[in-house]
Design a protein around this ligand. Structure first.
Ligand code: ARG
Length: 468
């Protein structure tokens, strides 16, 4: 497979000290352009900022800078209009663009790479990409959260069966349940925003690993690219991808939450639960069973959580044990990272469309809440207020429930005489606590399920969203 250095090889940007051509397999194996070309916008922004700084420092003349800048801008136009021809011989996005620049503006183009390396270049590109995508993810998260808040407001009074162990536990309001989802997403939002602070630092100027001998101004390039500050240590800057791992971790938690919503929606949408209807435009049918309307989108979101978790593990594994500073392993960060971002954005988009279109079957929610003695705890609390220690009250109510089960009725359907057999503390006012409405209204404290607490939480959430 070895061949002597030929003409094409001499043209490789790093080919100077080579006497043998790159093996064709190696060329393909090591090239990243197939996927990193996606970073071209950021690569060009970074190059223009770098060249502008070189000009300010007198390392490039104004004329050189202007030629480089307009050359890069026309390459950007060619790429965005689909005319640019990418070549795997040129390995990656950086060298494809740099070669095109030299081809376009001649010798001056060769000055662009002064005081820089692809190592700080790629670290800059990915940070710019991640920063932008965090903003896109946060905007989508806000849309989903707003949709949840609006639905929660509409369903603030709707009685809904609250579960633990997927067994009837206590009645709640459906609005309260939806706001539990809201809270999960709120923490996700904060995690992304927090991650953004650490992403938003400029590695540019770290060069290959040790910095550069040229009198560069890293604060200036950081400012030009909208970074909060330059990173502190050149070795660390070109090598660590912990910020991408943080994004993957925040994304994995988000997908965990979306998978929980998905699971509940799939259950609730079934004829057995029949609590909600998903918009038909977001469902699909069966090729054999004519009656089916399947909740494929929530199922896929549930399923796609797995690929995001997998990417988190890929990123952790590729970083683990890497010696300082840059290693080619890091090239493997891009495909997982891109797929995480694409997957998360699709899943959030899906929910931003589905949630406002959900319709609720309040009658079914109410009937289901009546099953399973959801107000048993309320009866126990009632007895405590009348003076019985809670543990004894628990026992009394347990016996009353067993009695009602034998008679195939709810606690609220027993007569006062029947109830009094279990405790003489029970009086006719007991029926107020045995109703579902009484039960939810009684949980009237901050964070509780009472409709007025749900409305207060909706108000606070709306304010939080509008302050963002
Ligand atoms: N394609 C490389 C990456 O994604 C860019 C940096 C390569 N640097 C190098 N010296 N080979 O990490």
């Amino acid at each position: 497979m070895k061949k002597k250095k030929d003409k094409e090889e001499i043209s490789k940007l790093w080919g100077g000290r080579f006497s043998e051509a790159t093996d064709m397999f190696v060329q393909k194996f090591t090239s990243s352009v197939a996927f990193d070309k996606r970073l071209y916008q950021y690569d060009i922004d970074g190059s223009i900022a770098h060249a502008r700084m070189l000009c300010k420092e007198g390392i490039l003349s104004s004329d050189d800078f202007n030629q480089i800048k307009s050359g890069l801008e026309s390459i950007r136009d060619e790429i965005s209009s689909g005319q640019f021809i990418w070549s795997i011989e040129l390995e990656d996005v950086h060298m494809n663009i740099e070669s095109a620049l030299v081809e376009k503006i001649g010798e001056v183009g060769k000055k662009l790479h002064t005081a820089r390396s692809r190592n700080d270049q790629i670290a800059t590109d990915i940070r710019l990409y991640v920063r932008d995508e965090i903003d896109n993810i946060c905007a989508l998260l806000t849309r989903v959260q707003s949709a949840l808040v609006n639905l929660a407001e509409r369903e603030a009074n709707t009685i809904f069966p609250g579960f633990t162990h997927l067994q009837t536990a206590q009645p709640v309001t459906f609005g309260h349940h939806l706001l539990a989802w809201y809270e999960m997403l709120d923490r996700d939002f904060m995690r992304f925003r927090d991650c953004r602070n650490r992403v938003n630092q400029s590695p540019l100027g770290s060069a290959a690993l040790a910095g550069t001998t040229f009198p560069i101004d890293r604060y200036y390039t950081a400012e030009l690219l909208g970074f909060q500050k330059p990173t502190n240590n050149s070795l660390d800057s070109v090598s660590d991808r912990d910020f991408a791992i943080e994004l993957a971790a925040a994304g994995s938690l988000l997908m965990t939450h979306l998978s929980r919503f998905s699971e509940e929606l799939v259950l609730w949408n079934s004829v057995q639960f029949n609590f909600v209807n998903l918009p038909q435009s977001f469902c699909t049918g069966s090729s054999i069973m004519p009656q089916k309307i399947n909740p494929d989108v929530p199922e896929l979101v549930r399923g796609k959580s797995g690929r995001v978790f997998g990417h988190l593990f890929s990123l952790l594994s590729l970083m683990k044990s890497q010696p300082l500073a840059y290693n080619k392993d890091n090239q493997e960060d891009k495909e997982p990272l891109f797929d995480i971002v694409d997957t998360i954005k699709d899943c959030l988009f899906a929910y931003s469309e589905i949630i406002p279109a959900i319709t609720c079957n309040r009658k079914e929610m109410l009937e289901s809440s009546m099953k399973g003695f959801a107000t048993a705890t309320d009866l126990a609390d009632y007895l405590v207020i009348k003076g019985l220690p809670f543990r004894d009250a628990h026992g009394v109510v347990g016996q009353a429930v067993a009695y009602a089960i034998k008679r195939h009725c709810d606690l609220s359907e027993l007569t006062i005489e029947q109830l009094q057999k279990f405790s003489n503390l029970i009086e006719p006012d007991v029926f107020e606590v045995l109703t579902l409405e009484g039960s939810v209204n009684a949980r009237n404290h901050m964070g509780g399920t009472a409709p007025n607490q749900v409305l207060a939480a909706v108000k606070a959430a709306k304010k939080e969203l509008s302050d963002r």
